[in-house]
Design a binder for this molecule. Structure first.
Ligand code: PGA
Length: 268
């Protein structure tokens, strides 16, 4: 794991945007894995700014989102499709036909839909860079604790904690889904690079379990310890429970020297 600690959430977003920008500029047909939630909103803001002021083009980009609520109407304001439209898609030059979410509409079979999503990712050559947040319970995507570490895209029942964490996004009286389609942990692990962003003190325990705990289905994000190219971007608050912070900072400085000398090693 490459762990980088920044002074604040804004710098985390800037760094994440640089990773995405590098992929888009480097590859002719980049495949980007996307996440929803409050953490990546500032990343999407940065990307929109880069598109407007620096001509960062999404024309050839294909995207796969981590998850989507089960049986939600995609035009509903609570759907993750609407989230992506609002925060990114409608502001950039992406072809919406190249933007995918793991949907399962009323009358569709979640198993078939999950398999079809996996197939689609494969057809596009796999995900180059998967953006991730982390739940306070250590989930990635909607892979809640006890999810198989080799799971594939499927339907999952959300935990009470996740339902209550996400209730802020629903208006009083509005029906909140309790199930979602999500890429599995195995699906996420297949991405060439994973870029996990965590900000705020409420993530500090999950971050500690992910980095310094054992690999366990009780902390799904800990599976990233087994990923060859996992980049973990933290603000100080999210890193506050880590005992080896000074080592991570020192290693990051040394890495910067290597980059100055050899250039980036990223191999998309
Ligand atoms: P958040 O969610 O960015 O809204 O905190 C992250 C997640 O649940 O993966």
């Amino acid at each position: 794991m490459q762990i980088i600690i920044y002074d604040n959430a804004q710098l985390v977003a800037q760094s994440a945007a640089n990773w995405v920008k590098e992929l888009i500029n480097k590859k002719t047909d980049p495949v980007l894995g996307l996440a929803t939630g409050s953490t990546p909103i500032s990343l999407y803001k940065q990307l929109v700014e880069q598109h407007k002021s620096n001509n960062l083009s999404f024309k050839n980009v294909t995207t796969f989102n981590l998850d989507e609520y089960h049986q939600i109407d995609p035009v509903s304001s609570q759907s993750y499709r609407s989230f992506m439209t609002e925060h990114l898609f409608k502001h950039v030059d992406i072809d919406v036909n190249n933007t995918y979410l793991p949907t399962c509409a009323v009358g569709e079979n979640p198993r078939t839909q999950g398999l079809a999503y996996e197939e689609k990712i494969k057809q596009q050559g796999g995900v180059d860079l998967q953006v991730l947040g982390i739940g306070a319970n250590g989930h990635i995507g909607f892979n809640e604790p006890t999810s198989s570490l080799s799971s594939r895209t499927r339907i999952k029942t959300l935990t009470q904690q996740t339902i209550s964490d996400n209730s802020r996004l629903f208006k009083p009286g509005e029906q909140q889904p309790t199930m979602a389609m999500t890429m599995g942990i195995g699906t996420i692990m297949d991405a060439r690079y994973v870029l996990l962003m965590a900000t705020g003190a409420n993530k500090a325990n999950a971050v500690k379990d992910m980095i310094a705990g054992g690999v366990s289905a009780m902390c799904p994000a800990s599976a990233l310890q087994m990923h060859e190219n996992a980049i973990i971007l933290l603000d100080k608050a999210a890193a506050s429970e880590l005992s080896d912070q000074s080592y991570y900072q020192w290693a990051d400085n040394e890495n910067r020297k290597l980059i100055e000398h050899y250039g980036y090693f990223h191999n998309y």
